[in-house]
Design a protein around this ligand. Sequence first.
Ligand code: SIN
Length: 192
Amino acid sequence: MSLNTIEINRLMDRFDSHASVWLFGYGSLIFKADFPFIERRPASIQGWSRRFWQGSHDHRGTEHAPGRVVTLVPDEGATCHGMAYLVTPEEFAHLDHREKNGYLRLATEIAFEDGSAAEGIVYIATHENAAFLGPASERDIARQIATAQGPSGPNSEYLLALARALRELGKHDEHVHAIERHLAELIGQASP
Ligand code: SIN
């Protein structure tokens, strides 16, 4: 099942009058920046953990065989590392379309590696959205990812690109990297 969040996100007009807005990406937005940006910087947000708990019917799976992509779940004391992009508010029309399968824009504080911080936007798919799949063992998640594919390509490509991008940022995410190891085992390849 899927839920189109475009109309709800359009109502989030808090930053519309700003010349530029920071967007925090923690999933495909780290490794696939298909929008113009003014600047990008490694960054983090507090109180959230990245989890492959969101179903993907439109990008990395289908209505009948959804893939799994990441969302953020509340986790007190946790830090989620990713990439922040400074964009003009006009970019949100494209971003809302890209993240339409359950993700809502949320205002958040974004911390940069030089110790500075800014308010910006992150897209989060909560447990209330129709495409939310929720927890499963990391091995079962890898199994589902191994076979799913959709219009944007194989689900495994998303997982591997995210795992690689986090390594390039110098950030270990045990959930993501454990699923990557399970996938390598399932397809009989050595783990990176
Ligand atoms: C994000 O990357 O920040 C949102 C989730 C995704 O598009 O993979």
